[in-house]
Design a protein around this ligand. Structure first.
Ligand code: NAP
Length: 235
């Protein structure tokens, strides 16, 4: 169980749709400080709250991640949120698929590994990994594969980091109204609802947060034969 009140929170991908919401809702819940990290951080005056500290962090660059972990040595909650969706195909273009893994798998893993000792030094704290309902559905090609791989890594991290008292939370969500889904015509979650569910779960001590009905239904449906699970998507 990890409280957001008085916590020092770091958000990756803080300029994105969910990232901004993670920053603002951490402050609303009484966080002492929020590192708003991004490849190109917004200046502090643009955020308009003195508890926000802009921080440069490119999840694919080991030096950038190590520097951020050294600078943000007081972090108690890591929101491992930065991610990309490029339409890369596992069948057509492995270079593009590898590049997507560099961000969504290796990048998020690098952030977790760099900040795990920081969390340990600050009493354990929490690591929240932003995954997807597509961790369990291979309908989005390489993107699904990156999220499936990082779901597995999240479960490994949860076991490994329990010893140092770090709570590891996997967040699963379906389509949510952010720049990432701007070109998709579908019903979408409000990012505010997703982030509220994520923080509620984290504070309640959850290991996994299913932020919407789609995620709950797909997770529950995993026990069904695979033909049944994929029937709605078969051509
Ligand atoms: N929206 C959805 O429907 C949905 C559903 C399931 C899961 N998710 C996941 O939710 C997370 C947040 O996505 P979002 O919906 O908020 O999309 P978004 O608005 O596109 O935000 C993604 C953020 O990630 C950042 N990012 C990408 N590559 C990075 C890198 N190498 N280093 C640091 N930051 C990087 C982007 O930074 P720049 O501003 O520099 O490009 C952007 O701010 C992602 O992990 C995504 O996969 C989203």
């Amino acid at each position: 169980m990890t409280d957001i009140k008085d916590a020092v929170v770091l958000v990756t991908g803080a300029n994105g749709g969910l990232g901004r919401e993670f920053v603002h809702q951490a402050l609303a819940r009484g966080a002492a400080k929020v590192y708003a990290s991004a490849r190109t951080p917004r200046p502090a005056q643009d955020w308009g709250d003195e508890r926000i500290v802009p921080l440069a962090l490119d999840v694919t660059d080991p030096e950038s991640v190590a520097k951020a972990a050294a600078e943000a040595a007081d972090v108690t909650v890591v929101i491992n949120n930065a991610g990309a969706s490029t339409g890369a195909s596992l069948l057509a273009d492995l270079d593009a698929a590898r590049t997507l893994f560099d961000t969504n798998f290796w990048g998020q893993l690098q952030v977790a590994n760099a900040f795990a000792p920081v969390l340990a030094a600050n009493g354990g704290g929490a690591l929240l990994n932003v995954l997807s309902v597509l961790s369990w559905l291979g309908i989005a090609d390489a993107y699904s594969a990156t999220k499936a791989a990082f779901w597995s890594a999240t479960n490994t991290q949860r076991l490994a980091l329990a010893e140092q008292g770090t709570q590891v939370v996997g967040l699963h969500l379906g389509y949510t109204d952010t720049p990432m889904t701007a070109g998709i015509e579908a019903e979408k979650n409000d990012p505010a609802d997703v982030v509220a569910a994520a923080y509620d779960g984290l504070v309640a001590g959850a290991a996994e947060v299913l932020a919407d009905e789609t995620s709950r239904q797909v997770k529950a449906g995993l026990a069904a034969p695979v033909e049944v699970l994929y029937a709605p998507f078969a051509g």
